[in-house]
Design a protein around this ligand. Structure first.
Ligand SMILES: Cc1cc2nc3c(=O)[nH]c(=O)nc-3n(C[C@H](O)[C@H](O)[C@H](O)COP(=O)(O)OP(=O)(O)OC[C@H]3O[C@@H](n4cnc5c(N)ncnc54)[C@H](O)[C@@H]3O)c2cc1C
Length: 353
């Protein structure tokens, strides 16, 4: 492959949890991966918070369990269903697998530090613009922060680029099985809600009160940062601009059941709640990990946890494939190891719509 500006053994697209986890395990095996990430910098608006025992065991293996415990916080491992945060509990749903709480942005910061220390390179503001197979590798065009589009020649590519994976699209991998659970808002805010809770907070509070917009309240740190997640409906004429800071604060006060709660809105994001499973995890020299391979609705609390698991299995098998000079088909072992569990866990969500 000639005329390329750079050669790497593994190009990882996406510096979310899956991409960073793969980067750590490849770098620990001496493969110096390059990670390209569309965002200008690390994430600041968390999504996942609930980590499983398997994820915490992985943090211990990487030597960052103490850091993840320090960045996170103790919680009650369950979802409490109420009319408001301060109202009486209607029902409690235990989370059997989830053992620790750490907001995804804080977790990813720890993963990025660990990946860099191991020798991975993370390039922010770098978007995969095209990807094609070439003899003995793949050619990727990446648009950098300055608009330049260097070509990277990679022996292998890991698509860790989330639910709308560009790698998946360039590889022609379809998601034949998918469900749609509608449009949601994630309102990130500060409020002194812990002052109104006795003991540790629950991992999630589900609010059964239409006046509050329903949805969930989720603590994201040990102080005042929370998320209010709620459904909205652009097809019924709602616009994101309708959710002003004033209206968001009123919705949060109603969900909390505290009319005079001081609220500072940090950020409001939209997301589409879906479930999906890629029809295959590999096309030639590209493999998919995390949400690029399978999307879980947040209610399962499994997307990030399984993304980390996939990435570590994929990195181990990829490193062996590269070192032993095996054919790309050796990577099918990754799909055989990881896809059945995703399929089993996603079955109820994929049957839902
Ligand atoms: C509200 C909410 C709550 C959740 N709660 C939980 C929970 O409690 N527990 C749990 O396990 N899971 C939870 N999840 C799911 C979890 O957030 C995802 O499964 C997880 O983020 C998947 O990680 P990932 O690295 O595969 O993908 P992502 O986190 O989506 O990362 C993909 C990265 O790729 C980058 N990218 C995309 N395209 C390109 C491109 N062309 N070039 C370069 N970079 C690109 C993106 O910018 C992004 O940073 C939740 C999700 C939501 C929405």
């Amino acid at each position: 492959m000639s005329g390329t500006s750079e050669q790497v053994s593994v190009l990882i697209v996406g510096a979310g949890a899956a991409g960073l986890a793969a980067a750590i395990d490849l770098a620990d095996r001496g493969l110096a991966p390059v990670v390209v990430e569309r965002r200008a910098g690390p994430a600041t608006h968390p999504r996942a918070t609930a980590l499983t025992a398997g994820t915490m065991a992985q943090m211990a293996r990487w030597g960052i369990e103490a850091e993840v415990r320090r960045l996170g916080f103790a919680s009650r491992h369950a979802m409490s269903i109420r009319q408001s945060l301060t109202g009486p509990e209607i029902h409690c749903v235990p989370f059997d697998d989830h053992v620790w709480t750490c907001a995804q942005d804080h977790l990813e910061a720890a993963l990025a530090r660990r990946a860099r220390a191991a020798g991975a390179e993370i390039r922010y503001g770098a978007t995969l613009a095209s990807l094609y197979p070439a003899a003995g590798g793949m050619l990727a065009t990446v648009t950098g922060p300055d608009g330049h589009q260097p070509v990277i020649e990679a022996q292998y590519v890991i698509g860790a680029d989330g639910a709308r994976s560009t790698v998946r699209q360039y590889c022609g991998i379809t998601t034949g099985r998918a469900s749609d659970f509608g449009h949601w808002l994630s309102i990130l805010f500060h409020a002194p809600l812990r002052e109104h809770i006795s003991g540790a907070p629950f991992m999630v509070y589900r609010i059964e009160n239409p006046a509050a917009g329903g949805g969930v309240l989720v603590p994201t740190d040990a102080t005042t940062r929370w998320i209010h997640g709620l459904a909205w409906d652009p097809e019924q004429g709602e616009h994101t601009e309708d959710f002003t800071s004033h209206r968001c604060a009123e919705l949060i006060r109603a969900a909390a059941g505290i009319p005079d709660l001081p609220v500072e809105i940090i950020d409001v994001r939209t997301f589409h709640m879906t479930a999906a499973l890629a029809d295959t995890y590999r096309a030639g020299r590209a493999i998919l990990v995390g949400d690029a391979a399978h999307v879980f609705p947040p209610t399962s609390g499994m997307g990030l946890n399984l993304a980390l698991h996939d990435a570590t299995v994929a990195a181990r098998i990829l490193a062996i494939t590269i070192v032993d000079g095996d054919e790309p088909s050796a990577l099918d072992e990754y799909e055989q190891a990881c896809r059945p569990l995703a399929e089993q866990l996603l079955a109820p969500d994929l049957a839902a719509t």
